[in-house]
Design a protein around this ligand. Structure first.
Ligand code: BES
Ligand code: ZN
Ligand code: ZN
Length: 507
């Protein structure tokens, strides 16, 4: 794991493999951002000109490496683009700093230590740089052979990050660094879980991982196994999991701040592998389906983060874990399941399994009368078609709550968009033999899935649904602080929501 410290050293005097500086597009060409003054001096004021000679323009995502001149203790100067220079007196947006720091940290994989001399003015900027750097440094190497590692073909994450420009002894800066470390480590915990292949991460092993972390962080865990789920009438979770040799689990993991505190319930879709079941997914659609537990990973990570941050709110996570497989014991299209709520559901398509496990968890979570329920799920391909692979959809039974979630996500740099739950789509879920079907019209499929879930929310409970099917798993080239593979999408939003709840600013 990457270590992070704040340092008062000058950018020129810190011994490191590299010193990271920011460059931006100014009206008259490349400008060196604040924080890099000492480095520019070592270049006799010609850092911008030198970088321009090398083709640097300051665009976002751009990196230029050059050997450090005499007077700079780091071996290399790494200039990272920040995009347009802000108007006079303004600073760069937090997300610009996070992404630039992420790009630099990723580029420096394999190195021991880097100093980040990016433009920061205040604890919030320092937190942004620290968060971006720690997220960008992430590398998943657990499944790489020792030989490849030894030969250097696989680079270990940048080992140590020193963020310059802050006040390490100041309370606000200390808190900022601690928050950055906690949040980034928890996002990276979610990423690890998502990246672990389904032959190693299945409901039982996931539940055991939660139990181990709970012990470490003082969380309360309850695990319902297949026997308890059958006895308890969890027809949705059992119906999805019954075709697999790896039976399902419902995991409750709770952080308790005290009585009469705001109470948030987070529910995560935890399909450790989604083959589609008897409605089998074709090749081309199943290669990344180990990621179908990203919601559960995010919820688990957010609960641990809430505990580590000691937030003044009770946060309960519910992980609905199952493996969706075709077999002689699998649910057939046309079967009717009796859900935990008592409702019956005709399973028209076994690939619409997420809503079935979530429905049981939503009913169960509602019994504890939390102030709000938020479920997180890689639920529909339709949401990916609608919003692309960087933005998650937010649906809710309360418009103000939906707006609050969209805004909280924006604050932490997660792209989201409010989506409606049009009442007319409900009739598409009518079944000729059961209370509901698990699939409706193809058009607006992401919204129909939301409408299905809404049917399981108890009267009077504020509820929202985040469909993270797009951003949960990144197949393209890494960008900013986002790696290939599991991204940890929504962890930071959930943590921010728990903070807002704790501050009495959410409801
Ligand atoms: N896990 C998938 C959704 C998904 C798609 C996640 C792409 C990540 C990337 C989900 O269980 C699913 O298969 N949904 C179906 C529902 C349909 C059968 C109503 C879908 O979206 O096609
Ligand atoms: Zn599916
Ligand atoms: Zn699924």
């Amino acid at each position: 794991m990457t270590a992070l410290t704040l340092s008062t050293s000058s950018a020129a005097s810190l011994r490191a493999d590299a010193v990271v500086v920011g460059v931006a597009k100014g009206p008259k060409g490349l400008v060196v951002a604040s924080g890099a003054e000492a480095i520019d001096q070592a270049f006799d004021g010609k850092l911008a000109a030198t970088l321009e000679t090398l083709g640097a323009a300051g665009g976002e995502g751009e990196v230029t490496k050059l050997p450090a001149p005499a007077g700079v203790k780091a071996a290399v100067v790494l200039a990272v683009g920040l995009g347009e220079a802000p108007a006079d007196g303004g600073g760069h947006a937090a997300e610009t700093l996070r992404r630039a720091a992420g790009v630099a940290a990723r580029t420096l994989a394999g190195a021991k230590k880097a100093a980040f001399a990016l433009p920061v003015s205040g604890a919030q900027d320092t937190e942004a740089v620290a968060t971006g750097a720690l997220l960008g440094a992430y590398v998943f190497t657990s499944y790489r052979g020792g030989k490849e590692k030894a030969s250097g073909a696989v680079k270990e994450p940048l080992a140590e990050i020193a963020v310059l420009g802050g006040k390490p002894r100041d309370k606000a800066f200390k808190a900022a660094a601690e928050r950055a470390i906690t949040v980034a480590e928890e996002v990276n915990r979610a990423r690890d879980l998502i990246n672990i292949p389904s032959n190693d991460l299945f409901p039982k092993s996931f539940a055991e991982t939660v139990q181990a972390a709970a012990k470490e962080h003082g969380l309360k865990v309850e695990v319902l196994d297949e026997k308890a789920l059958t006895k308890g009438g969890y027809g949705g979770i059992m119906g999805v999991g019954q075709g697999s040799a790896n039976p399902p689990r419902l995991v409750k993991v709770a952080y308790t701040a005290g009585r009469n505190k705001p109470h948030l319930a987070f529910i995560g879709k935890g399909i450790t592998y989604d083959s589609g079941g008897i409605s089998l997914k074709p090749a081309g659609h199943n290669e990344t389906m180990k990621c179908d537990m990203s919601g559960a990973a995010a919820v688990f990570a957010a609960v641990v983060a809430a505990a580590r941050l000691g937030l003044d709110a009770n946060v309960t996570g519910w992980l609905a874990l199952a493996e969706n497989m075709p077999s002689g014991t699998a649910t057939r299209p046309g079967d009717v399941l009796r859900m935990y709520s008592g409702k019956t559901v005709e399973v028209l398509n076994t690939d619409a399994e997420g809503r079935l496990v979530l429905a049981d968890a939503i009913t169960r979570a509602g019994e504890e009368k939390p102030d709000a329920i938020i479920d997180v799920a890689t639920l529909t391909g339709a949401m990916v078609l609608a919003l692309g692979d960087r933005t998650f959809g937010v649906m809710a039974n309360d418009d103000a709550f939906r707006t609050a979630i969209h805004e909280a996500a924006g604050e932490v740099g997660e792209a989201s968009w409010p989506m409606p739950l049009p009442a007319e789509l409900r009739k598409g879920l009518d079944s000729p033999i059961a209370d509901m079907a698990n699939m409706g019209e193809r058009m607006g499929g992401g919204l129909t899935a939301g409408i299905f879930l809404k049917e399981f929310v108890a009267e009077g409970i504020t509820w929202a649904h985040l469909d993270i099917a797009g951003p949960a798993f990144h197949e393209g080239a890494p960008y900013g602080y986002t790696p290939k593979g599991g991204t940890g999408s929504s962890v930071r939003t959930l943590v921010r929501l728990a903070e807002l709840a704790a501050a009495g600013e959410l409801f």
